[in-house]
Structure formats: C-alpha cells, structure tokens
Ligand binder design. Structure first.
Ligand code: SAJ
Length: 434
C-alpha cells in the first residue's frame, strides 16, 4: 500500500497521531479540535512553562477552557513537550509559529525556519506537514519544501506538504476554530487531498485550493482588504474633520445600504498582530517581483499617521481651553489595540502616549484589561477611571471597552477627545470627536 493510502486510512480511522508545533492562540485551539474528535495529539513548544502548564491540564489561552485541556490530558489524548525528537512519532504536523515583521518591515521567518529545521531533522516517510503561519505567497514552495526535501524524501510521494491560513479571531463569540471555514492548498494534488481529509475529520468546512501559493495569498487578501478599508475611512475622517462633517454619521448612514457596502470605522491607528503586519508580507514579496503595492503602502502611511492626528487633536482641544499640552495632565481611556481584549501589541495607544509625552504632557491611563503598561518604553500602571477623568485636563478615549460607563466619564471630565465615537449618545461642548 502506498504511503498516501497508508496515511489516508490512518486519518480516516483517526489512528494518525497529530503534532502541533507552536502552542499559541492558533496552535492550542487547533490541538483541542483534533483531540476532541479522537486524534492522539502532541503539542510541541520551545517554552517550558507553557508545556508544563498544559501537562498539568491548565490553559493559558483566552479561548481555550482549562477544562478542555484537563480532560484531553487526563484521557491521554493530548500532551505537550519541548522534545522535538518526538516529531518522529507523529503522522501529521501543523506549524503554528509567529511570523512577525522586523523593524525594517521585512518578514521575520526565523520561527518558521527553526520549526522546519526541527521537522527536517526528524522527518520520516508518510508524514503530512501543514504550514499555518501567515506568510508571503511562495513561502511553502520556496522555503519550506527545499528544507524538507534535503532529507532525500520526495514531496507528494514520501511526505505531503500543504499551506492552510489560520483564521483564528481571539475573543470572537461566534466563530471558533471548528466553525471557521478552513482553506488548504498542497504542493501536489495528493498533498491537497490529505490536507483536506485531515481537516475534514474535525472542522465543519474545508476549502481545498489548487496550490500553496493560492492558500497563502487568500489570507493576505483577507487582511489587506481590512487594512486598506480602515485606511480609507481614516482618510475620510481627516477630510471630514477639515470640512466640519461628522464622519461617524456619514458611515452609519452609508451602512444602511443593504448591498455593496461594508462599514469600517476611523480610529486612533492600527493595532494588533495581524492587520498592521500581514499586508507588508505581501508588499515585501511583490517588491521582489518588481511590482509596487501602492495601496498597501498608502494605507500603511495613513493608518500610521492617525496617532499624530490624535495628538494634534488633543493639543488643539487644550488650546481651545487656553492650555498647552506641556504641563497638562492627559488621561487615556483604553490602551489595548481593540475593545474588550487585553492585547496591547502594536496598540496605537502606545504611539499616542509617546507623542503626548514628547510634547510635555503628564500621562495616566485606565484599562480594565491592562493593569500595567510596560511596553515599548512605557512604564505606567492603570489608575481609576473617574479619578483619572476628574484630575485630567483632557481625557482621550483610545479604546472603547464596553466596561467604561461613558455617562459617568462625561460627568467627570472637563474635556474629552473621543477617537472611537464612544460618546455618540451624548451631546456636549466637552466632547471633541475624531
Ligand atoms: N480597526 C479600525 N477600524 C475598523 C476595524 C478595526 O480602526 O473598522 C482597528 C482596530 O481598532 C485594531 C486594528 O484595526 O486596532 C485591527 O482590528 P481588527 O478588528 O482587524 O482585529 P484583529 O487585529 O484582531 O484582526 C483579526 C484578524 N483575524 C485573523 O487574521 C485570523 C482579522 O482577519 C479579522 O477580520 C479580525 O480579527 C476581526 O474581524 O475581528
């Protein structure tokens, strides 16, 4: 029986042992889905504390209940290890490691390379390998495949290689790993078929595509689409600000169009570990091909200008109250990169705080999800919301968490710069809107 048919029957009978490299917000939920349907699953990570926590049956990922980890560990269906030699014992391997940007906005492939090196070291015939980390089109074919074939094994016959973009949306109450359609593309049709079959055992919808590059490009289109449309409405906010038009009213009214329109909203800038990052994987690659990704560059510039625009708004608002930024107390409401989560990665709040400090303001902040802000040179501890609002010369709403009582904020504040339209229910001369 061919290696393809051997692996096919192992997957169909759920006898295949699944391996997940990288146990973060993508890898751990995926491991739980495979374990849930009966695959023996082994998680691989370089962080000892994560491995120890998981083997104690504890979760450290917001969307993965500890009870799930505990059950799968107790029933012997899931375990974690830092010993990559155990890759020899698994039949499928999902690579779910970070793909950040360097300061130069070039892709940092070091995590993917390190994971692939480990896999190449322990690869054996009959294994299915799937890269899930968001990356530029061509990565699987040009970077991962050659590293694996150095073993002498032939892709499509001895081992099988696919790309499948991760679409995890942390904190999303409706969409979870099992019910988010899964795109998968292989180096060969056999690879694609095994990838499709494997995911189909545990995920509701699988979308096979013709190649790894198509699958890589799908994810970049999805997130570049968001980044560019956010850039569009941010530029609209700048225009409307100059023309004295309420951009929020414009967007809400446009959103009544039942077709052909999708609302995006202006904001203080673009945060997170996906949207500000992924499009630059595409523009980096197209530049290698001699094509300038002008939309991405322009949207990146506009989104990057928003923190400066907010700092100017604060300066002008204080000026209207005969106060300079220098020496004023500014209280920031919300420092996470988007509402109702605790993640501050790439948060525009960090830029806004830096810019206002540069102009001499004294900064305090409140964020129910972020107790301490020790990021990118900041060293701040959260203070009480109303205490901060009462004491401040100007309050800036940067992240519109649901937990804030905006009526109380209005009563307690002298002046509010609202970058999220969080105060849309109120009319007051104290409010300066984006
Ligand atoms: N933002 C705006 N205006 C908008 C939407 C977002 O300024 O209209 C800002 C947010 O405040 C944040 C940044 O953009 O700072 C990114 O926000 P996001 O809503 O895109 O959230 P992310 O970064 O968590 O994006 C993830 C992505 N998921 C994956 O890559 C798998 C994205 O594809 C999802 O569409 C998005 O979640 C989502 O819908 O929540």
């Amino acid at each position: 029986m061919s290696l393809f048919n051997q692996l096919k029957s192992k997957i169909e009978s759920k006898q295949a042992v699944s391996g997940i490299v990288g146990l973060g917000y993508v890898g751990l939920p995926l491991a739980m889905e495979f374990a849930r349907v009966g695959f023996r699953t082994v998680g691989f990570d370089v962080t000892v504390s994560k491995v120890e926590k998981l083997n104690r049956g504890e979760s450290y990922i917001q969307d993965v209940p500890t009870a799930d980890v505990a059950r799968h560990v107790a029933e012997g269906r899931f375990s974690a290890t830092t010993d990559f030699a155990q890759l020899r014992d698994v039949d499928t391997i999902n690579i779910c490691v970070p793909t950040p940007l360097r300061k130069t906005k070039d892709p940092d492939m070091s995590y993917v390379v390190a994971a692939t090196e480990q896999i190449a070291k322990h690869i054996r015939p009959g294994v299915l390998i799937i890269l899930e980390s968001t990356t530029y089109p061509g990565t699987t074919d040009e970077l991962v495949l050659p590293m694996l074939e150095k073993s002498g094994l032939k892709c499509g016959e001895d081992f099988f290689l696919c790309f499948s973009p991760e679409r995890v949306d942390p904190g999303n109450p409706n969409f979870h790993t099992y019910n988010i359609p899964k795109v998968v593309g292989g180096i060969t049709p056999n690879c694609t078929e095994l990838g499709r079959l494997f995911y189909a055992q545990s995920l509701e919808t699988v979308v096979p595509v013709g190649s790894t590059s198509v699958a890589e490009m799908v994810k970049l289109l999805e997130n570049t689409f968001r980044m560019i449309n956010i850039g569009l409405v941010n530029e609209l906010a700048l225009m409307c600000g100059r023309m004295g038009i309420n951009v929020w009213e414009v967007i809400d009214a446009a959103a009544t169009k039942p077709f052909g329109f999708m609302p995006f909203y202006p904001g203080p800038g673009l945060g997170g570990h996906c949207i500000p990052i992924d499009p630059f994987y595409l523009s980096w690659k197209t530049r290698q091909a001699g094509i300038e990704a002008r939309f991405i560059e322009l949207a990146g510039y506009i989104n990057g200008q928003m923190p400066h625009f907010v700092a100017d708004k604060v300066q002008n608002a204080l000026n209207e109250h005969s106060k300079s930024v220098k020496g004023s107390h500014v209280h920031i409401l919300g420092v996470a990169y988007k509402k109702n989560i605790d993640d501050v990665r790439e948060s525009p709040a960090l830029d806004i705080i830096h810019l206002l400090k540069q102009r001499g303001a004294r900064i305090t902040y409140s964020d129910p999800y972020v107790d301490d802000l020790r990021h990118e040179g900041q060293d701040l501890t959260a203070s009480g919301v109303l205490e901060g609002c009462r004491a401040a010369d100007c309050v800036v709403i940067v992240t519109d968490h649901k937990d804030f009582d905006y009526g109380q904020v209005l009563d307690a504040s002298r002046l509010i710069v609202d970058t999220r339209n969080a105060m849309k229910a109120f009319q007051s001369g104290k409010i300066v809107r984006l």
